[in-house]
Design a protein around this ligand. Structure first.
Ligand code: ATP
Length: 225
């Protein structure tokens, strides 16, 4: 059996994982997911890409600068983790299809893996030009607590056509496959974290200490009254 390491077809560099999110704030659910996927799929890197002005949801609570600072502190010193702030440097909304198009032009021969949670995957048909995403990248879907893969509808059909359980497929092709991977279920969400902090409770052990310190020092999620 071929392994990821001895495949002749495998490029010198493994796939680039692209992990977008509002990261408002980043927490251990994001970090553990990125880490487990990097290890399991032998990703050359996981690029944490904080969204600037998300098109599909309300404005973020913490500023772009603070969210970026928190992501940087969170991944500091972690091999294979990289921060990419291109979406924040743009004015106006940034669509994944445009961001991936840019990365595709920068890395024409590399495999690109867009990492999303199962909740985000289920909302995929609402994304701008969602069918074109698979022309540009693979989709790597991380299981989240309480979410099931669709068996029917446009996504169910897509999974039948494009789904794979073979890591090597993500290395051998540059784009076009969907890979679902179960990650350790950490039931943490940014929304719940902000509510917890607003109510005066301590987010310790749900996020890296450096992120917690930024939140405590700036009061960025404190009640505004
Ligand atoms: P919110 O609670 O505000 O929706 P979030 O915690 O889901 O925020 P986002 O920044 O919106 O954080 O998420 C970015 C990506 O990380 C999404 O694809 C999401 O599905 C995934 N994700 C978020 N939390 C977890 C978690 N605990 N485990 C696995 N994936 C997660």
């Amino acid at each position: 059996m071929t392994s990821v390491h001895d495949s002749k077809d495998l490029g010198e560099l493994g796939p680039i994982g692209v992990f977008g999110g509002t990261f408002d704030p980043i927490h251990y659910g994001h970090l553990r997911t990125g880490f487990e996927l990097q290890q399991a799929l032998k990703l050359a890197e996981v690029r944490f890409m904080p969204a600037g002005n998300p098109p599909h949801r309300e404005r973020t609570i913490a500023s772009n600068e603070l969210r970026l600072q928190m992501v940087k502190v969170a991944v500091e010193g972690q091999e294979h983790f990289v921060v990419d702030d291109r979406e924040m440097r743009k004015s106006g909304p940034s669509y994944s299809v445009e961001t991936l198009g840019e990365l595709r032009r920068e890395f024409p021969t590399r495999s690109l893996c867009l990492i999303i949670g199962m909740d985000a995957f289920l909302g995929l048909p609402k994304w701008h030009q969602w069918r074109e995403l698979l022309e540009l990248a693979h989709l790597v879907v991380a299981h989240r607590p309480g979410w099931r893969a669709p068996g029917m509808g446009p996504l169910g059909g897509l999974l039948v056509d494009r789904g794979t359980g073979r890591v090597l497929d993500l290395h051998e092709a540059r784009a076009g496959r969907i890979y679902i991977h179960a990650v350790t279920q950490l039931e943490i969400s940014s929304t719940e974290l902000r509510a917890l902090i607003q109510s005066g409770r301590d987010p310790r052990y749900l996020m890296p200490d450096g992120v917690r310190e930024i939140i405590m020092d700036t009061g960025c999620y404190a009640r505004k009254d």
